[in-house]
Design a protein around this ligand. Structure first.
Ligand SMILES: NC(=O)C1=CN([C@@H]2O[C@H](COP(=O)(O)OP(=O)(O)OC[C@H]3O[C@@H](n4cnc5c(N)ncnc54)[C@H](O)[C@@H]3O)[C@@H](O)[C@H]2O)C=CC1
Ligand SMILES: O=C([O-])CC(=O)C(=O)O
Length: 331
């Protein structure tokens, strides 16, 4: 059997973690033969709740889980970890934008970056879920300078899954028949869900999504807005933010990072190297391919004027967020 993999989940007493931990524990992410040590981090007042989660994880009696550590100490939680799901942060309520969480959440990521820098493996693979996810991801990486920047990512997979599901429903096909939908930019209402390069296979024939949908007005308006506003729509209906779908997306993201993407691409927030004219250093969602646990940005896609404007608008929001977050961290 493989060596035990150490996986930390922060915000482990919260609602996303409640779904996420079950999927991780039963092998959906790292494989059905991969033994796991689960490190669960939350804040001190949540330790009793967290203890209940630990009891339930034990009661699942899952053979892959070799050890569970529940703690309020980041230095314990991040010690020698191989993979980190950074979920612990305040969620937004109805009427808020995700960037309204910046003041409350960004310092969490500064402190956790500093702890990771000291005790995590230098190969740790990190997904930031807590909002504003892209900017928190940048801050985490900044305060963990001994860990390569490529190891820090943030989650836009939920947006990708939402976009894919909207297209599949519109065409009356199943989700796996739709591929290569792209989310550009920020996990916010300025994100750009782009299907110009996406394809769909219907009755054995593969064609581009715009060709199959035959309704550019829908794709350029209602479709984009639905995906951009989906998180808010869930909050309005549930009075709580997405949790089951967020946990599923975090699993998809991390599984693809460990296993690879094959010929398709997926969207992840990664630290920009300037690709597609985006400011270097922003955590911007791009289409990526993954092989041997390393991602590369899909290059040379043809960008229309319509797309260019949307990609730049979401980059401008990210620039503002990052500047505000850096000021907050230095205050
Ligand atoms: N990127 C994405 O696509 C999505 C991101 N989110 C975000 O994920 C985050 C978590 O959401 P939920 O689980 O619904 O919230 P929740 O409130 O149910 O759970 C958050 C947990 O984090 C804990 N926490 C707070 N500060 C912490 C710290 N310093 N260290 C460790 N744990 C800490 C809280 O005590 C709580 O148990 C929110 O910021 C939410 O907006 C939610 C859905 C999708
Ligand atoms: O909308 C929110 O605040 C939670 C979230 O990030 C999402 O559901 O995409």
């Amino acid at each position: 059997m493989a060596e035990t993999l150490k996986v930390v989940v922060t915000g482990a007493a919260g609602q996303i973690a409640y779904s996420l931990l079950f999927s991780v524990a039963k092998g959906d992410v790292f494989g059905k033969d991969q033994p796991l040590e689960l490190l669960l981090l939350d804040i001190t007042p949540m330790m009793e709740v967290l203890n209940g989660v630990v009891m339930e994880l034990m009661d699942c009696a899952i053979p892959l889980v070799k050890n569970i550590v529940a703690t309020d100490d980041p230095m314990v939680a991040f010690k020698d970890v191989d993979a980190a799901f950074m979920v612990g942060a305040m969620p937004r309520r109805e009427g808020m934008e995700r960037k309204d969480l910046l003041k409350a959440n960004v310092k969490i990521f500064k402190a956790q970056g500093q702890a990771m820098d000291q005790v995590a493996k230098k190969t740790v693979k990190v997904i930031v879920v807590g909002n504003p996810a892209n900017t928190n991801g940048c801050i985490l990486s900044k305060y963990a300078p001994s860990i390569p920047k490529a190891n820090f990512t943030c989650m836009t997979r939920l947006d990708q899954n939402r976009a894919q599901a909207q297209i599949a429903a519109k065409l009356g096909v199943s989700n796996e028949q739709v591929s290569n939908v792209i989310i550009w930019g920020n996990h916010s209402s300025t994100q750009f869900p782009d299907v110009a390069h996406a394809s769909v296979t219907i009755q054995g024939k593969t064609m581009s999504v715009p060709e199959a949908i035959k309704d550019d007005s829908y794709l350029n308006n209602e479709f984009i807005k639905t995906v951009q506003q989906r998180g808010a729509a869930v909050i309005k209906a549930r009075k709580l933010s997405s949790a089951m779908s967020a946990a599923k997306a975090a699993c998809d993201h991390m599984r693809d990072w460990f296993v690879g993407t094959g010929k398709n691409w997926v969207s992840m927030g990664v630290i920009s190297d300037g690709s597609y004219g985006i400011r270097e250093g922003l955590m911007y969602s791009y289409p990526v391919k993954i092989q041997d646990k390393a991602w590369t940005i899909v290059q040379d896609l043809k960008i229309s004027q319509f797309a260019r404007e949307k990609m730049d608008a979401t980059a401008a929001e990210l620039s503002e967020e990052l500047d505000a977050a850096l000021a907050e961290c230095e205050a």
